[in-house]
Ligand binder design. Structure first.
Ligand SMILES: [Zn+2]
Length: 250
């Protein structure tokens, strides 16, 4: 991790660890990507187009500016073609420190059936009480224009679905992004199963507001990040020598 200050080094380790965990959890597979805003605000960290999500390392990551140009990174590597999802959302949303784009089966399914919207049904889905907009264009988001259109669909929400394609989740930090991504697909799976039993009663606005008011988001993220990184090290898909660098959640 030569050439990066300690803060940036920890951020790279978080992005690599988050990607490997999301792969192990079945959220990311051969595609999908996680980005983090650089500490100096000059751009973002993102993986390359074709590095394996299962074996991503901090040194593989690229630094890109908000136009998607590579600032630094291993020679010959280019960012994912959908880097504009990340750049355009980060430009539009200064509150966002991390963006995830992936193609989870269940959540994406809710963009396909008329009259079956993805709504919050599990308590942690109160995170999306402001709505989960659906971007109508299923195409790859591989230009500034299409990234900007997606950022507009997202608006001030914390997640959006892309019709017949996938999801975008935004959060303040990389650990928060992991936990939100887990809960996002969890909520979709629960809704899907519950719908087989009968009419589903989603969470009311009042219930979600109440949950959010009493919820200690920071503590919850710390607990789950500890669980997932610890499990990853024990199971062998996170190198043990990353443990120190990924121990924090800021
Ligand atoms: Zn995609």
């Amino acid at each position: 991790m030569k050439g990066h200050n300690i803060e940036s080094a920890a951020l790279r380790a978080q992005v690599a660890a988050c990607t490997r965990i999301m792969n192990a959890e079945g959220l990311i597979d051969y595609s999908g990507h996680v980005s983090a805003r650089l500490p100096d605000g000059s751009g973002l960290i993102i993986q390359s187009f074709d590095d394996s999500r299962a074996a991503l390392s901090p040194d593989d990551l690229l630094e890109c500016d908000f136009d998607g140009n590579v600032i630094s990174g291993p020679p010959g590597k280019s960012p994912p073609r959908e880097v504009f999802i990340h750049t355009e959302i980060m430009k539009a949303r200064p509150d966002v420190g991390a963006v995830g784009h992936f193609h989870p089966e269940t959540a994406t399914m809710f963009t396909l059936v008329e009259g079956r919207p993805l709504v919050p049904v599990k308590n942690h889905a109160a995170r999306w009480s402001g709505g989960i907009p659906v971007h109508p264009d299923p195409a790859h988001v591989n230009s500034v224009e299409s990234g900007d259109a997606l950022a507009r669909t997202l608006g001030q929400c914390h997640a959006a679905l892309i019709r017949a394609h996938g999801v975008v989740v935004t959060a303040e930090t990389v650990p928060a992004l992991l936990i939100d991504s887990v809960h996002f697909e969890e909520n979709a799976q629960t809704l899907f199963r519950a719908a087989a039993l009968g009419e589903v009663k989603g969470l009311s606005q009042e219930e979600m507001d109440g949950f959010e008011k009493r919820f200690n988001r920071r503590a919850h993220i710390g607990k789950l990040w500890k669980y997932y990184t610890g499990h990853g090290v024990d199971a062998g898909y996170l190198p043990r020598d990353w443990a120190k660098e990924i121990s924090g959640t800021d």
